[in-house]
Design a protein around this ligand. Structure first.
Ligand SMILES: C[S@@+](CC[C@H](N)C(=O)[O-])C[C@H]1O[C@@H](n2cnc3c(N)ncnc32)[C@H](O)[C@@H]1O
Length: 220
């Protein structure tokens, strides 16, 4: 499938899957969306503690990068697991402008390490942040009560409806600790109902630029 690097409304780049007319991030601002959905509505619930995060779709590593940057502000020690079936190529990674847009040149080395580090192995990106990249399908996740926070960042239900079902949210529910939280940019009624059906409590929150709402699900 043809892939293109495009620039979104806030100046940050993303990858477009041309045949699907689908992007890795919102065209209204990749960085703005990632900060709103995953940091503001997810990570910022936690501070001064150790925690484990699971990312559904490691992709460009943007969420791992901003989590790494913000972990220092929230005084968090993070074990980060990114699951990804189709890793982004090094050539594409080089064309993304996240470090420049975030004015995060001092984290260039860590961002490079996130991408060059071996898969299937927990790697220390710093003394307070470890990264485990796993190349597999989301359906193969078998972790039980292992994570405090899930970044659910799959492609939209329009192109991958099979990833927004009760079956997948059952896997997510099992993977979370009690009081664990899942955040996603999606707001569709069918997604919310699938989350409720597997036992989550679900909140509708204000969405990132260009989207009225998003969802946050908690395992009580
Ligand atoms: C919307 S993109 C977001 C990626 C990433 N969070 C980012 O910020 O770049 C969704 C990601 O899920 C991956 N993916 C799609 N279907 C998958 C599946 N069934 N199992 C594992 N990964 C999948 C894609 O390759 C892509 O990297």
């Amino acid at each position: 499938m043809e892939r293109k690097i495009i620039t979104t409304s806030d100046g940050s780049t993303t990858i477009q899957i041309v045949d699907w007319n689908e992007q890795y991030h919102s065209i209204h601002g990749a960085i703005q969306e990632a900060y709103h959905v995953f940091i503001k509505k997810g990570l910022s619930l936690y501070k001064d503690r150790a925690m484990a995060i699971l990312e559904i779709g490691f992709g460009t590593g943007l969420n791992a990068l901003i989590t790494y940057i913000e972990a220092q502000n929230f005084n968090l020690k993070i074990d980060y697991t990114g699951v990804e079936a189709y890793p982004v190529s090094p050539e594409e990674i080089k064309q993304l402008n996240y470090i420049a847009q975030l004015e995060a040149q001092k984290f260039q080395e860590e961002f490079d390490k996130m991408h060059t580090s071996e898969w299937e192995k927990s790697i220390a990106i710093s003394s307070t942040f470890s990264l485990l990249k796993q190349q597999k399908d989301f359906m193969q996740i078998t972790d039980k009560a292992a994570y405090d926070l899930i970044y659910f960042d799959a492609f939209g239900a329009r192109v991958q409806p099979e990833l927004w079902t009760e079956e997948i949210f059952k896997i997510m529910y099992a993977a979370l600790n009690n009081n664990g939280v899942l955040v996603t940019y999606a707001a569709k009624g069918s997604v919310r109902r699938a989350m409720l059906a597997v036992g989550f409590e679900v909140e509708r929150l204000d969405g990132p630029p260009g989207k009225r709402e998003m969802l946050r699900a908690t395992k009580k």
